[in-house]
Design a protein around this ligand. Structure first.
Ligand SMILES: [Zn+2]
Length: 467
């Protein structure tokens, strides 16, 4: 069979390319289409008979949608899902009932999140002026309208607020992120011919295009010469490197207010508002294919501070001390457990892994757990020099899973409600995993979480469940 490759581009297919694919499929000259998840934007693929999905798409809805690309015109069709080694993929293939028995319609958004509400108010005001005394959401509308007036977005005439900005408000609204600021990536390979090759959202910029990072666009590697936060620009040049970079971040969470609490068997489960301080401290160079660590570099970027909502639970230190592991092994076990909880929570919420984040520390923010340069897990205090000794007898370890967006978008209260189910699935996933001492499908790669992380995580989960 001849293989013919056709490629699309981000944002749709060229009309003649589309016709070529459609005609090719009908005449059977094109036997298959290799595509990203963007296939179908205006293209007739009714003749496809089988769909092969490389990796779980992340939600039940997307899986059905991608499986449904085959068999639209023919009687029978086949859909194959090839699982990767991530915990999410492994859980799905180990528990097919989870996939087949659940309704895909499920979406979380918190309409009272101030930033989301402001976007909605702007979009609404663009359509029709707001009148004094009108209601929209639960917040004090007049205060928000006044704020937008001061910002020059709205203009007040008598008892009405009219749209006065030049832009179209919905352009700024992203379905995936709240912060509208972006960093542009400028290719400065040729002097005098600088061109913009990509835009990265503000939050991702710190890890994706920090100075000295390797950034990839359309399979071309670029070396980041400088990330200029003031100009919101990253200057890059083309390069061929045998490695990619992986940013190392520390995250410290402090509880501001607990909205609700429930005692678990041995632990306290809560959800509420938290302050999350994160800082990119360096990066690792990782060799392609072998994943060898080729070295480190420092990154000097400001801390990011965010208030959001979180779900967390706290395990008393004396209960952990009763387990037959030393403190280092306990910390590794906690990190491994948090890894699998994070992946399973993303699945439970039908969210992307990056929509929520995880941290281990204590509730006051005095202590937190992070990786050191050798990728070992350590405990430390903010501002302190790296403490080499992991310790769990200074604080009661708390596992945080928090909404990765300012103000929160409603994930954490759902996780709080489903705490028991989440703990049970993590235990089931880790137990059922055939690996010996940890892998990316359960508690994370052994080199990152340590050789005893798997059994320690299981012991801690057993402690939490009280059995
Ligand atoms: Zn495993």
């Amino acid at each position: 069979m001849d293989t013919q490759f056709v490629t699309g581009y981000r944002g749709g297919y060229l009309p003649n390319l589309r016709r070529q694919i459609e005609a090719g499929l009908r005449s059977r000259e094109v036997m298959g289409v290799v595509t990203t998840n963007a296939l179908e934007l205006g293209i007739d693929i009714g003749d496809l008979e089988a769909a092969i999905l490389c990796g779980y798409p992340g939600s039940i809805a997307s899986t059905w949608q991608q499986a449904g690309r085959a068999g639209r015109r023919t009687g029978q069709s086949l859909a194959l899902l090839i699982a990767r080694s991530s915990p999410l993929d492994q859980f799905i293939v180990e528990n097919p009932d989870y996939f087949f028995s659940r309704s895909p319609e499920f979406c979380r958004v918190n309409p009272d999140n101030l930033l989301i509400l402001l976007h909605h108010i702007k979009s609404a005001a663009f359509e029709l002026p707001f009148e004094k005394g009108e209601r929209f959401g639960g917040e004090n509308l007049e205060e928000l309208l006044d704020y937008l007036e001061r910002k020059g977005v709205l203009h007040r005439v008598g008892a009405r607020w009219h749209w006065s900005a030049e832009s179209y408000p919905a352009d700024e609204v992203s379905l995936r992120s709240i912060n509208p600021e972006n960093v542009v990536v400028v290719d400065a390979t040729e002097a005098g011919n600088h061109r913009v090759i990509a835009e990265v959202d503000w939050d991702s910029a710190f890890t994706a295009v920090h100075t000295d990072a390797i950034y990839m666009v359309e399979s071309q590697q670029y070396y980041v010469d400088k990330l200029d936060l003031e100009r919101k620009t990253a200057y890059v040049h083309k390069v061929e490197a045998e490695y990619y970079t992986d940013a190392m971040t520390y995250t410290n969470v402090r509880v501001i207010d607990a909205f609700a609490k429930k005692p678990g068997k041995e632990i306290l489960v809560e959800h509420g508002e938290v302050q999350v301080v994160s800082k990119v401290v360096g990066y690792k160079k990782i060799k392609f294919y072998t994943s060898e660590n080729l070295g480190y570099g420092d990154v000097n970027l400001p801390e990011k501070d965010m208030h959001t909502t979180s779900y967390w639970f706290t395990i008393p230190r004396d209960r952990l001390a009763g387990l037959s592991y030393n403190q280092e092994e306990i910390i590794d076990g906690l990190a491994g457990m948090a890894y699998s909880l994070h992946h399973l929570a993303a699945m439970m919420l039908m969210a992307d892994l990056h929509d929520i984040d995880r941290a281990i520390g204590d509730k006051s923010g005095e202590w937190f757990v992070r990786k050191d340069r050798n990728w070992r897990t350590i405990t430390t205090s903010p501002g302190a020099e790296e403490s080499a000794v992991p310790t769990t007898d200074a604080f009661d370890p708390t596992i945080f899973l928090f909404d990765a967006y300012p103000g929160g978008i409603g994930f954490s209260d759902l996780l709080f409600e489903r705490h028991e189910a989440l703990i049970a699935s993590a235990r089931q996933l880790i137990r059922a995993c055939p690996c010996k001492c940890g892998c990316p499908s359960c508690v994370g790669p052994t080199l990152e979480v340590g050789p005893t992380a798997k059994e320690a995580a299981l012991a801690i989960l057993g402690l939490i469940q009280g059995k």
